[in-house]
Design a protein around this ligand. Structure first.
Ligand SMILES: C[S@@+](CC[C@H](N)C(=O)[O-])C[C@H]1O[C@@H](n2cnc3c(N)ncnc32)[C@H](O)[C@@H]1O
Length: 286
């Protein structure tokens, strides 16, 4: 009984740590949301920090979320539809990890499970135990992060997973694996689209773009800026996060775009000294 009670009280949060995750910027993003909007679109979903914030504020909000990373999208649908099986599978990982963490981590990293449950529990297990909680793949799409240095990682995190599952079940959320540009077909006047793409590198060491085996290129950024213009013409509200770079500033210099520089922390950087404040851009058309 106590456990059920706790599950109801936990506010759903991102269930993966994700490079570029927006948890630390939530109050600033919240201040920049329009008062009202139709469907909420988030086409570069990642850990979905803003999605969970919006769903917590307004349960029942219609949402359409998507990402190009198929393992990540599968994790969302598995948590929504098969939470108990998933938690049982994670508990097995937890038990084995406690016996010999190094051996077991690299064993799981080398596997390629077929079932939806095992694929998702592998992703969550690796995300909890890998170095820096980072998801990164090589050019062949293979997860390539080494073991992290945790004494007691929270591998199962049952309360949050139940809470995420509940909110995804009780709200009107459509979840798809697709390229961001597909949002143009669906979004209508009055809808809100929040874009948080992989950022353009601002320095040679800041080029983390490997969420999938395809890098996010300058052409993708150009596609995105054209898409923002088209969505604006359709009457959609557009909110965009990006790095503080000249390329991005040039693309959004004209009306109706309002650009603000905001201070942000990078929570995922292999060098902890570089996890300090930096500036990024928040751009909107309303
Ligand atoms: C900066 S992360 C989003 C972080 C998210 N806002 C959060 O709070 O965790 C960018 C996401 O875009 C996805 N992505 C990369 N290229 C894409 C594309 N062409 N279409 C859709 N999603 C893409 C990546 O898989 C990654 O999850």
């Amino acid at each position: 009984m106590k456990q059920q009670y706790d599950q109801i009280l936990v506010i759903p949060k991102p269930f993966v740590k994700w490079a570029g995750g927006k948890r630390q910027l939530i109050s600033l993003l919240n201040e920049n949301l329009p008062e009202t909007f139709g469907t909420y679109y988030e086409p570069f979903l990642g850990g979905g920090a803003l999605l969970f914030h919006i769903l917590t504020k307004k349960n029942g909000q219609k949402c359409s979320i998507s990402d190009l990373n198929s393992d990540l999208v599968l994790a969302y649908t598995t948590i929504r539809d098969r939470i108990d099986e998933l938690i049982s599978s994670l508990k097995i990982h937890e038990k084995n990890y406690q016996k010999d963490s190094k051996f077991y981590y690299y064993y799981v990293r080398g596997t390629n499970p077929r079932s939806e449950i095992e694929k998702t529990s592998r992703l969550l297990f690796l995300n909890r135990t890998c170095f820096n909680g980072l998801y990164r793949v090589n050019s062949k799409g293979k997860f390539n992060v080494p073991l992290g240095k945790y004494t007691n990682p929270n591998i199962v995190n049952e309360e949050n997973l139940h809470s995420v599952s509940n909110i995804l079940q009780s709200s009107r959320v459509s979840i798809k694996c697709r390229d961001f540009e597909a949002v143009l077909r669906d979004a209508k006047k009055g809808d809100l689209v929040y874009f948080d793409p992989p950022y353009q590198p601002v320095s040679e060491t800041a080029n983390f773009t490997s969420y999938t085996n395809k890098n996010f290129t300058f052409d993708d950024l150009s596609r995105l800026s054209e898409l923002c213009m088209k969505l604006d013409l359709k009457g959609c509200r557009v909110l965009l996060s990006n790095s503080d770079s000249k390329e991005v500033l040039d693309m959004f210099e004209k009306k109706p775009w309002k650009v603000s520089k905001i201070q942000a922390n990078r929570s995922i950087n292999s060098n902890s000294k570089k996890r300090t404040g930096h500036f990024e851009l928040l751009i909107k058309n309303y």
